[in-house]
Design a protein around this ligand. Sequence first.
Ligand SMILES: *[C@@H]1O[C@H](CO)[C@@H](O)[C@H](O)[C@H]1NC(C)=O
Ligand SMILES: *[C@@H]1O[C@H](CO)[C@@H](O)[C@H](O)[C@H]1NC(C)=O
Ligand SMILES: *[C@@H]1O[C@H](CO)[C@@H](O)[C@H](O)[C@H]1NC(C)=O
Length: 486
Amino acid sequence: METWKQGSGRLPAIFFCLLIAVAVTADRREWEVPGDEGGGSGGHDWAPFLMKKSEVVVKTEGGEIRVFRGHPWNGHPPRMHIGFVTMEPNTLIIPHYIDADLILFLLRGINLFLPAIFNQATTGEAKIGWIHKDDFVDRQLKPGDVLRIPAGSAFYIVNTGKEHRLQIVASIEPIGTDLIADLFTPFYIGGGEYAPSVFAGFDIRTLAAAFHATPEEVGVLTSARSAGPIIFIHGNEADYLQKLNGAVRSAMEMMKKTRRLAQDVDGKIEMEAKEEKRKGACTLTSILSSIFSGEPSTEKNKARRPVGDPVEAPDAYNIYDRDPDFRNNYGWSIEVNEHDYPPLKKSDISVFLVNLSAGSMMAPHVNPRATEYGVVVSGAGTVEVVYPNGTGAMKANVKEGDVFWVPRFFPFCQVAASHGPMEILGFTTSARRNRPQFLVGKNSILRLMMGKELAAGFGVREEELRQVVMKQNNTVILPSWDDNEE
Ligand SMILES: *[C@@H]1O[C@H](CO)[C@@H](O)[C@H](O)[C@H]1NC(C)=O
Ligand SMILES: *[C@@H]1O[C@H](CO)[C@@H](O)[C@H](O)[C@H]1NC(C)=O
Ligand SMILES: *[C@@H]1O[C@H](CO)[C@@H](O)[C@H](O)[C@H]1NC(C)=O
């Protein structure tokens, strides 16, 4: 967001597109494909907190973007939607920006030529380029990377893998009241008939003047014939993009020459205006050229990152490189908040990852600070949520690809199925330390409050209460009932 607010003067070409593109995209259809049956496990009659409805917002041969729509709550619009991006090997999500903040999480890639068992935590990688503040940056991402792309910041993603299908889970956080559609709206920088470029909305003479190029030269920006928002980067589309790249480059060259002339003739004020213009166009050029140049990775992640050792933008934060906050025999959990990755503060979102071993349970707990959105990234199990009035709100079977949410203050727990571990990626609506309150276990509020008063509250004798409450000596992640019996 701040890219636009602070940099609007510096990115005039693209900023201006924003105004025009509102009209261009107002009657788009393809971004609002009505939901198909979604990724639910079926038979969730009693599952108000499963996000069952998903919409395919982009689908091409190169990949798919599917969005699980967040639920409105007490008359408030949903705080976030959850997106799944799937990209085949050698594909590109063409440069665009959207009117929502994104927090991306790169899942393990899927090797298309080997059984799933060979998909290690290191499998798959992506290249992502975006506008960070007023600069263009690109990074090589690996599985476990968390990266924030602010609303309005143009970006592209390349699956650089030759044999891996890339999977990204993203929180999509609509910003403020400037929303164009109720989900989110993409504005394509590059583009074609399907996914038209915002440049296509301008009068060709306006573009020619803005780029200091001939109408023929800028024509390449508007007459594109790309195969949609996710394209293969070989064959025709690559040719087209290369041409586009060349055109922008020559436009740049010409601009530089004109600028030198202008410097001699017009003096300083004119010069500054041109400089501003140059920056806007330059950004686009660097986006395009970087797609093809294959510049070396600039990532600087350490081997093992202690808790609270921050990674600043524009670098990504790798969750698998980090020591868990909590670990016992039954699983582990990691929370990445603003102290670890400061860009999260701007979105006011934390990211967490929980791995429960077969049959284990995340102890019943409450998030006093945040609503939680969870994505099952591997395995299966159940999620149980309780209403404030002490009735069950949901006990739902979940499996890989399912999305659920738990309102702030609602008690809940997750249990992995007995046949294998369950891994849950989550987004919580606060960038601060989450400090969940546990209802069961050695660190539970029942243990902390143990005494006559608590017993009176339950209407039992203290010894009786103690007998129950003191039995579970594990914390946070609890063994399965079978282990308890032993
Ligand atoms: C999760 O835990 C299981 C064992 O309980 C382990 O096999 C698996 O590798 C873990 N997943 C990750 C991503 O560490
Ligand atoms: C408890 O609250 C839920 C949600 O507000 C409601 O649907 C349910 O009927 C309530 N149950 C009782 C017993 O009051
Ligand atoms: C749990 O710990 C308490 C003391 O901390 C001990 O008295 C009790 O026997 C333990 N219970 C189990 C089941 O190990």
